[in-house]
Each structure stands twice: as structure tokens, then as C-alpha cells.
Design a protein. Structure first.
Length: 162
């Protein structure tokens, strides 16, 4: 003698819904794997830029292709000097400023930017603030750097902006 227990609340999921669920999971896996694949071979940089008219910083995340002939910190500082892609942010230095040199020696970072950094621009912060934000960005992203020395057009900029 066999007993069959029937439960009216248990229902079988129709086949078409199972196919839809499977397709949705497959699409989600596809999108996430494409997203991960796009980030392979790239450096993830977190950059902070001042917001226009406010006393706060905006966070920007960039994925920059790795360059085997260039140190990661050099790529980072170049991206930082290039400016933000986010609207309503201010650049650290005036337009046209380029990185002349950047290297680390004994936990000290030496950064040299071109003379264009001396020009005042309405879309950039003051020179002192630009140096302050440059140092703040580097310290947040590269904890091994203990001291940062900044040069503009080959001239050392003093410790006022520490």
C-alpha cells in the first residue's frame, strides 16, 4: 500500500519560465564576463578633483591600459594632470601643463611639471591648491610614498603646500 501526499501549494514551474530564467542568467554572466575582460590589462586609478564652487572633491575611477615601459605611478600622475572627465570639476593645473618627469627614490616621489602650471586659468585651481591636491591624490593611492617633491619648470616648489 502506497500513500501519495498531495500539496496544493506546490506547483510545477512552466517550461517557458525556466527558459526565460536560464536566458536571463546567461545574459548576466555574459555581461559580467565582458566587463571583467575589458578591465584585464588595465590599471585602475582613483582620481579626486575639486568641484566648481564647492569645498569638496569628486571621485573619478579610470581604467588605463598598462604600459610596460612606464611605471604605474607615472601613468597615474599623467592622468591626474590631464584633468577630469567629469563636468563641473576643476583641473589641478592650467590647460597645457604636461608631466616633465616623475620618479620615486627612497620613498620620495619627484614630480616635475611644465611652466604652463604657472599660468592662472579660470578652469583650474590655484597653484598652491593644485600641488596640495596632487599630493593628496598620490598619498591616497600610493601608500609607499612618504614624501612628495614638486617642481615647476625645473624649480623646486617649497613645503608651503604640504
Amino acid at each position: 500500500m502506497t500513500f501519495e501526499i498531495k500539496n496544493e501549494t506546490t506547483k510545477k514551474i512552466p517550461r517557458k519560465y525556466l527558459i526565460l530564467i536560464f536566458a536571463a542568467v546567461l545574459i548576466a554572466v555574459l555581461f559580467s564576463s565582458v566587463s571583467v575582460a575589458r578591465k584585464i590589462g588595465k590599471n585602475r586609478f582613483v582620481l579626486y578633483y575639486p568641484l566648481v564652487g564647492k569645498d569638496r572633491l569628486v571621485k573619478e575611477v579610470r581604467y588605463v591600459p598598462k604600459n610596460p615601459s612606464q611605471d604605474k605611478i607615472v601613468s597615474y600622475v599623467e592622468e591626474l594632470i590631464d584633468g577630469s572627465f567629469i563636468q563641473r570639476t576643476r583641473s589641478l593645473f592650467s590647460l597645457g601643463t604636461v608631466l616633465e618627469f616623475c620618479f620615486v627614490r627612497d620613498d620620495e616621489l619627484f614630480v616635475g611639471v611644465s611652466k604652463e602650471a604657472l599660468y592662472l586659468s579660470s578652469d583650474s585651481v590655484s597653484i598652491e591648491d593644485g600641488i596640495k591636491y596632487l599630493k593628496k591624490n598620490v598619498r591616497k593611492n600610493f601608500h609607499n610614498v612618504k614624501k612628495i617633491s614638486v617642481f615647476i619648470d625645473g624649480n623646486y616648489i617649497g613645503e608651503k603646500s604640504e
